[in-house]
Design a protein around this ligand. Structure first.
Ligand code: DAH
Length: 348
């Protein structure tokens, strides 16, 4: 029992164990249930207290040393195994990882949602209409009969079915919304959506997006129009932006006004973009024409309203500082990604 135990030699043999199987055998042999050190410890009870203390301390020391050597060797063997596997698989752990590609919202989607958010806060609810529209809703009901010269302002895409047209504006949703309200007041809707015209240059694309607004109630005046639209534009573009209203003409409003904002490029002093005026147009609007109210099922002697229509690509051009609108719709991700937060003149 008192024989010399060369634990150094045991530790060395553990450190040199060639495989994990060999290591397991050594573990069994020395510190396993029936291992030599374990057996020695079981025998301690037969010793006198003094011998037990001395021998016990020694055995513990050996046990610790052997266990530590076993752990170290096991880790080293596992490590080597893993590296061998990786080498066999040809994996290079130093290669940078591949970032998963998160989807992004199209810049126009973000602009549209921003306009919707502003108008929702102003109490407008969302309304929608079809993109393939009847000539009645797109033109006639809006006080634009077939021979009306104002139809020339909107070069239309007609479809093969007579009487149908790709809507040239979101204004038909005005009539559809009034019909849906069936005479109830107030009508206070916004109609975002895609519209189509035969236009194609740096500031026009054949498919574009508008947001229409319509308010019908008792005693709606031009003051409601200018107040609401000024707040909307300031929320959208910032309160530092100057605004003005100009008389204009639309068949479906009387009087009609266009709203201008100070040019983003020269901030009002006059440049090429604003043709020296310092102002750029942002939307058309006006007091709803009595014929339009009637076509929507409302009595123009009882109620009044205002309406507006805004092309939101123009808003995007301003928010993002774009000079060619067509790029927005060519779906080149390298271009579109520039408009995410942090890129270009991003919006939140
Ligand atoms: N629909 C017109 C257009 O596309 C814009 C417009 C002007 C809408 C005046 C309106 C409005 O609701 O009142 O050019």
């Amino acid at each position: 029992m008192g024989e010399a135990f060369d634990y150094q030699a045991v530790v060395e043999s553990v450190a040199a164990a060639p495989t994990r199987t060999a290591l397991q055998e050594l573990r069994n042999q020395w510190v396993g249930k029936k291992g030599w050190i374990t057996e020695q410890m079981k025998g301690l009870s037969r010793l006198s207290p003094e011998e037990r203390r001395e021998r016990g301390a020694l055995l513990n020391q050996w046990r610790e040393a052997v266990l530590e050597a076993l752990t170290n060797r096991e880790e080293a063997l596992l490590d080597a195994e893993e590296r061998a596997t990786l080498a066999a698989e040809g994996l290079d752990l130093t290669l940078p990882g591949r970032r998963p590609q998160a989807g992004l919202l199209h810049p126009m989607t973000r602009v549209r949602r921003r306009v919707e958010d502003v108008l929702l806060r102003l109490g407008f609810s969302l309304a929608y209409g079809p993109q393939v529209e009847t000539e009645w809703y797109n033109f006639e009901a809006l006080n634009m009969p077939a021979d009306h010269p104002a139809r020339d302002m909107q070069d239309s895409f007609f479809v093969d079915v007579p009487g149908l047209v790709l809507r040239t504006q979101t204004s038909p949703v005005q009539i559809r919304s009034m019909e849906r309200h069936q005479g109830r007041l107030p009508v206070k809707i916004m109609a975002p959506g895609v519209t189509y015209r035969r236009d194609d240059d740096a500031t026009h694309v054949p498919m574009f997006q508008q947001v229409e607004g319509l308010v019908v109630d008792t005693a709606i005046s031009l003051a409601d129009l200018t107040g609401t639209l000024t707040v909307m534009v300031h929320e959208l573009l910032g309160s530092q932006v100057g605004t003005r209203f100009r008389p204009s003409y639309f068949p479906f409003t009387e009087p009609s006004v266009e709203m201008d904002v100070t040019c983003a490029v020269c901030e009002g002093s006059g440049c090429r973009v604003c043709k020296g005026t310092g102002w750029v147009e942002i939307l058309g609007s006006g007091i709803v024409h009595p014929v339009v109210l009637k076509n929507g099922g409302y009595d123009p002697d009882e109620v009044s309203g205002f309406a507006f229509g805004m092309g939101i690509e123009r808003v995007a051009m301003r928010l993002f500082g774009l000079d060619d609108l067509r790029l927005l719709y060519q779906n080149d991700l390298r271009y579109l990604e520039r408009f995410q937060s942090g890129g270009g003149r991003g919006i939140s």
